[in-house]
Design a protein around this ligand. Sequence first.
Ligand code: PGA
Length: 256
Amino acid sequence: MKTYIVGNWKLNFNVGEASIYLHKLQRKMPNYRDVEVVVAPSAVALQPLSLQIDRHKMKLAAQNAFYRDYGAYTGEISFAQLRGLVDYCIIGHSERRHIFGEDDKMIQKKVAAAIRNKIKPILCIGETESERGFGETADVIRDQLVGGLADVSEEDIDKVLIAYEPVWAISSTKAAKMASPDEVAEVVDLVRSVLGELYGEKVAKETAVLFGGSVNPSNAGAYLTVPGVNGLLIGGASLILSEFTDIIETAKRVRA
Ligand code: PGA
C-alpha cells in the first residue's frame, strides 16, 4: 500500500499564493511512486490548480463538499462539480463537525456522494478531549465509523481512506497536546477491528488509515512507524514548504 501524505491547507492561501506554493512544491519534489502526496486547497483554488498540478507527482483534494449534486442549495459546492477536478475529498473533519455542526448522518451522505462522483473520501474521525476524559473514545470512534460508512458497499470500501485525528491534538485547538504513538496505535487498532466487523478481515488490513494532529517534521517518523498507520493528514506544517517536503522525505525514508 502507498503511504499518504495529505496537506490540509484549511482557510489559508488565496488563489495566487496557492498557485505559487504548488509551483515550488512541484519543483522541489521528485516523483515518489510509493508516496501519494495530496494537497487540499480552498475551494476557489481547485479549478486553477487542477490545470497546474502534475498528477504524476501529486493529487488534489477538496476540503468539503455538499452531498446533493445540484439544486437550490445557495452557497454550496457539489461533488458533481468537483468531479474530474480532484481525486480526493476530506469529509467529516473535526472543524466541520464542531464548528459547522456536521453530524454522522450528513457525513454518511457526503461519503456516498463522493464515491458516486468518483472522488475518494478521506473520512475523518476522532474524539474530543472531554470524550477521551470520560472514557468514551472507543464508542465515539465506532459510532463515527459505522455512521460515516453506512452507505458504503463492500464493492466501494476500497475507495475510502480513514483519518484518525484526535480533536485535542489538532494544533488549532486550545492547548493542543501531542498524541503519543501508543495512543495512536490503540485507536488505529480499533479502527481496523471495526472495519473487520463491517467488511471482513481483508478490508480491515487493506484500508488506508492516516493519522493527523500536530504532525510536524520532528514527529512524523514516529507516527509513520506506528503499526497500522499508512499516512498523515497535516494542517499547520503543510503550509510551510520546507516542513511539508521534510515530512514527504521522511515518508519516503520510512518506506525504504
Ligand atoms: P494540524 O491540523 O496538523 O495543524 O494539527 C491537522 C488537521 O486538522 O487536519
